[in-house]
Structures are given as structure tokens and as C-alpha cells.
Design a protein around this ligand. Sequence first.
Ligand code: FES
Length: 329
Amino acid sequence: MSIITLSNHKTFTAEPDKTLLACAKSQGIVLEYSCRTGRCGVCKANVLQGETEVIQPELALTEDERASGAILTCCRAATSDLELDIDDLGALAEIQIRTMPCRLDTLERLADDVVRVVLRTPPKSALFFLAGQYIDVIGKEGVRRSYSIANAVREDAKLELHIRQVPNGVMSQYWFGDAQPNDLLRLEGPLGTFCLRETRTTNLVFMATGTGIAPVKAMLEALAATPESLSGKRIYVYWGGRTEADLYWTPDFPTLGLTYRPTLSRANAQWPGAKGYVQQVVLAENLDLADTSVYACGSEAMIHAAREVLTQAGLPLKHFHSDAFVSSN
Ligand code: FES
């Protein structure tokens, strides 16, 4: 048994052959995570002291990061006592993860390849979650897929999802073909650690590609419900797609006074908005990145590129919060 100490002095014990992330969780300590398969990089931590071993491949780490002592807590076990340069996420420890039945309430096409699905949970069994988290939906024969919740907690407890069609995807076949209102499904959640943090930074930057806008929409709804917490803050939203048809929603939060930059990577000549990739558009905004917190959700490629360019330009790594969509068929 090894003792693991975090930078806020919290400790937990770790067994050999069990990931650090799982050991922490079993003792009520929540560390940042998303995919739990070594691909998204959200659970990255620097080892200040001690030894670890790899028990599943750390696909999201670059050679440079590995050489500088970074590990993925979802992939490594401790082989000695350890000091890690990360904090736990206290607020999330209170959140209970549950598996429950749910019914498909409504289904609506948002774009050629995106549907909005609304799920309802059983009466008196509302799911409590933090805006930005995701759920796993479990369909027929136990097929399970992860989707971000696209709303803040609602009075009617319904859950909105934005689902993109995946060519030959098993669940896509269901959502885009067979799904009917009232269908019975199961869900597990809430999952993930992508949520608003208490922060002193002036600028809050939300960046998304594709259906990565779903948790951003949820966070903006949560902020709009507590405008008093935003005094002196400036909010920026960057949403990237290939063509105009990909941007199927417009943020409409008058009380937030936000700056919205819809961004197209394959814009035609008439497009009046930003062109290129969202991370480049954020850079071109010339914000004081040392005084900025970033919440990014979308493709793995965008998350990796955004983390790299923004931290190189002065954004502190611990102010970059992300959830990468790791695709599966
Ligand atoms: S790489 Fe560890 S949670 Fe995604």
C-alpha cells in the first residue's frame, strides 16, 4: 500500500495494480478525469516525488511530457509513496453516480447529422449533476455511449443531449433510425469532472467544436442563473464548425453580456464571422491569458491543439479545463 499526497495536502492510499484515479475514487477523493482510457489527457498530473508504473497505455502524453514527469492517473499505479502536483475536486465528491431507467421524451433534428434528445428520469428520481458533466446512455444489448448534458439542472429534471451521427455507429443507428418517444433506456451518471470552477480570473473563455457546445450551453445556463457571481467577469464563447450548417444553435443570454464568435474552418466568401480554428481565434482576441480561465470541449485534436497553443501563450495549465470527445462506433 502506498500513500499518495496531493498539492492541497489531501492523501489517499493506493494498491498495486489499481489506477491512481480508481484508488482515489474508492476513498471519496475525486481527481480530474473524462475518458478513463488514456486518450483525452484530462487526468494529467506531474509527479513531484515517487515511482509509478504504467498499467494501460498513456496515449494522450507526448514524449516531452513523459520526460518532464507527467503521468495519466487513469493509466498508472503507484509503486512507492507519491507526491502529485494536482488538487482534488472537493465539490464533486458530494455527487452521487447512479444507474437508473429513463424514457426518451422528445427527439428533434438540429442539423443533418445532429439530433437533440430529451430524456426524462422517473418521478422522484431526478439526477443531480453539475453543469458540464456527462452521462452514459445504455441502450439495447448493453451498448453504452457517453453524452454531455446540454442543460443546467431543470425543474422538470429532464436531460437534453446533442448527439452527432457516427457513420456505422451502433447507437447512431438507434438515434437516427429506430428511436421513438417513450422508449425505455438506462443511464449512468453524472460522470466526468468538466464543470465550472471557482476562479478569480477576469476572463472566462468557452470554446467548443461540433456537439462540444452541449456542456458549454449547460454552463452558460448555470451562469445565467447566478449572474451575481459574475460581477467584473467577461465571458467569451467560441464555437467552431466546418460550415454554417454545423452551428445549429445561437447563445442567447442577455444577462451575461457575452462575446460570441462563431468560427468556420471551411467558410465561404460570404461568411461574416471568424475563419479558421477556434484556438487561433481565441489567440487573435489578445486576451490577458494569465487572467483567463478556459473551458474547452470538442474533438481530441482541438483540445490538444488548444491546450498547447494557449499554455504556450501564457495561459496557466491549471486554468485549462477540458472534455475531449473520444469517438467510438
Ligand atoms: S486520459 Fe485519463 S481520463 Fe482521459
